[in-house]
Design a protein around this ligand. Sequence first.
Ligand code: ADP
Length: 448
Amino acid sequence: MFSRILIANRGEIALRIMRTCKRLGIETVAVYSQADRDALYLGMADHTICIGPPHPAKSYLYIKNIIAAAEIADVEAIHPGYGFLSEDAHFADICRSCKITFVGPSVEAMELMGNKVRARKVAMSAGVPVVPGSEAPVASDAEARDWARKIGYPVLIKAAMGGGGRGMRIAHNDASLASNLNAARAEAHAAFGDGSLYIEKYIESPRHVEVQILADEHGSIIHLGERDCTVQRRHQKMIEESPSPVLDRHARADIAAAAVRLMKAAKYTNAGTVEFLYDPAAKKFYFIEVNARLQVEHPVTEMVTGLDLVEEQLRIASGERLRWRQKDILNSGWAMECRVNAEDPYAGFKPCPGPVTRYVPPSGPGVRVDSHLYSGYAVPPYYDSLVAKVIVHGRDRSECIQKMRGALEEFILEGVKTTIPILKEVFEHVRFVRGNYDTRFIENEFKT
Ligand code: ADP
């Protein structure tokens, strides 16, 4: 196991990773931008290094400064968290050439999975169903139209390098396809530095179901069950749970087996997630993408499996063998997570950074809050607006719903607008309580 690592991230996930390191006796080096110098968790780190000004491109995404910090602090490994450099194969490659372990999959697996078109090909070769779509990025608008007609409208225009729901647009006919292609290309180019697009059939009423994978560098691979992340706004997750309320025993086993098959075919190592859309009416699932990193929603899997996924990531990255076989993984009860963002849910989820005047998180049996907030902390405007994750664990789904209602009610977070009010509404909504909704639930049922 490592004796000192650098955490190339900020906010709740930097703190979350640090906690596991403390428990395992691993020294931590925290890096921070000038906008994060007041982060309280910096006091928990063994070493702290300022890596630049607030703008992410000049700090958390600035490879030169991160590598310089790692060299100066003489770390053995870098944990990238999620977002920022976590899925940047170029960064992983630089780490490798500097003999610093990147806590994540190999450069090769990242390159394969980071591109959605390539990942789809691997899925098809592994016999995993994919959403019908173009087999390569479309070279021209005419080619996009041909594909769309072949697959049948409505179609979704997606960015090959996409993430965070960006560069994704629905087209219902030739005319809307033509007008959306340019906008999607520009958005993809601005967000990912690559404007390649592909076309996929738009699945009308899907659930988002994803499978957590762990794979070591010695050929062992297991899954930790699924998470259902159907409650989304603008293709971004708001609430996640495990298990999924819509899978029966057979569907659950099939989807997990498909995820394992795909990750084996990709020679994937470390923690990763295989995302699917699931059509409950047809009982069919379709691969959409692999997230080659720790996910924001990993705590729900931790709650039902009792594992610490960051610990497993560190063990795998240091060359250890998986300590578990598939039959050792006994998921128990139910878990749910709510993402609390500093946003105004009733003004189009507009980010609302600023000072937090009062912060008292909920607690109690089976309630966990992952957050870097404290009373007096100012949420900086430069980064993702996620400020806290409320996670509950109960015997079953209805116990989780009760616990989450209580936790959200108890949560005092004043000074900035947050998504807590809409989360509370969701937990009272009859369709949510019954488990009967699709990925458009929020846009269809709530005024946002
Ligand atoms: P990103 O990488 O930008 O997060 P994903 O491919 O993971 O994009 O998709 C995010 C969400 O967008 C999905 O959970 C789903 O709600 C929606 N989505 C993606 N592909 C489709 C599709 N073919 N049909 C319908 N909805 C889709």
